[in-house]
Write a protein that binds this ligand. Structure first.
Ligand code: E4P
Length: 211
C-alpha cells in the first residue's frame, strides 16, 4: 500500500520522504501558505518526493478545469491533477487521461462516483472516509465496496483512501486492500510509535549501562 502525505509542509515532506510514495494537496492545504506561489511550492514538493503529487484545480467548469489541469501538469511529470467528482470533473478527467496526464478524482462519497472515475480513466479515486463517518455513514464500508467493484471489473484506477482521521482507519484500509492512503503528518508520525517500543528501549539502555 502506497503511503502519501496529505500536506504541503516542505520540511515535513523532506523529513518523511523516504517513507512516501507521494503527496496530496488540496486548496485548503495550500491556502495555509499564502506567502509562496502555489506552483513554486508544488514544484519544490515534486523535487522532494519520488512519486505522484496531487494538485487540485480551483475552477468548477470544464474549460477552465482543463486549462488549469494542463497548467498544473506542466509543473512536473510527478503532478497528478486532482479533480472533483462532478459532471465537469469527470469530463475533464476523461480528456486529461486521454492526453496522458495523471488524474486523481477527489471528494468521492459514493460507489456510482467511483464507477464514473474508473470509466473516465482516472489514475486514482479518493474516497473521503472521515468526512463520511462525520455524517454518520460508514467510510470504511465505501472503501471496501470500491475495492471490490474495481477488482470484479478489473479496473486499473487505484483506490487512494483519503480523509483519514485515526489509526483504525489506516489499519482497516490496509486490510481492505486499498492501493494507497494519504495521511495527515500527525498520523504518519503516530505510525512509528508504540509505548512498548519506547519503554522496551529504555529498559535495554538502562540494563546496558549497568555495571
Ligand atoms: C485528500 O486528498 C484530501 O486532501 C484529504 O484527505 C481531506 O481530508 P480532510 O477531510 O481531513 O480535510
Amino acid at each position: 500500500m502506497e503511503i502519501l502525505l496529505d500536506s504541503a509542509d516542505l520540511q515535513e515532506i523532506e523529513t518523511y520522504s523516504v517513507f512516501l510514495s507521494g503527496v496530496t494537496t488540496n486548496p485548503s492545504i495550500l491556502s495555509k501558505y499564502r506567502d509562496t506561489d502555489p506552483s513554486v511550492r508544488l514544484k519544490r514538493i515534486c523535487e522532494l518526493v519520488n512519486g505522484s503529487v496531487s494538485a487540485e484545480v480551483i475552477s468548477n467548469e470544464y474549460d477552465q478545469m482543463l486549462e488549469e489541469g494542463r497548467r498544473l501538469a506542466s509543473i512536473s511529470d510527478n503532478i497528478c491533477v486532482k479533480l472533483p467528482c462532478t459532471f465537469d470533473g469527470f469530463k475533464t478527467c476523461e480528456k486529461l487521461s486521454n492526453e496522458g496526464i495523471a488524474t486523481n478524482m477527489t471528494l468521492c462519497f459514493s460507489l456510482p462516483q467511483a464507477l464514473l472515475a474508473a470509466n473516465s480513466g482516472a489514475t486514482y479515486i479518493s474516497p473521503f472516509v472521515g468526512r463520511l463517518d462525520d455524517i454518520g455513514q460508514d467510510g470504511l464500508a465505501l472503501l471496501d465496496d470500491i475495492v471490490e467493484l474495481y477488482r470484479v471489473n478489473q479496473y486499473e484506477t487505484r483506490v487512494l483512501a483519503a480523509s483519514i482521521r485515526h489509526m483504525q482507519h489506516i489499519v482497516q484500509a490496509a486490510l481492505i486492500g486499498v492501493d494507497a492512503i494519504t495521511l495527515p503528518p500527525q498520523l504518519l508520525k503516530q505510525m512509528f510509535l508504540h509505548p512498548l517500543t519506547t519503554t522496551g528501549l529504555e529498559i535495554f539502555q538502562r540494563d546496558w549501562q549497568k555495571k
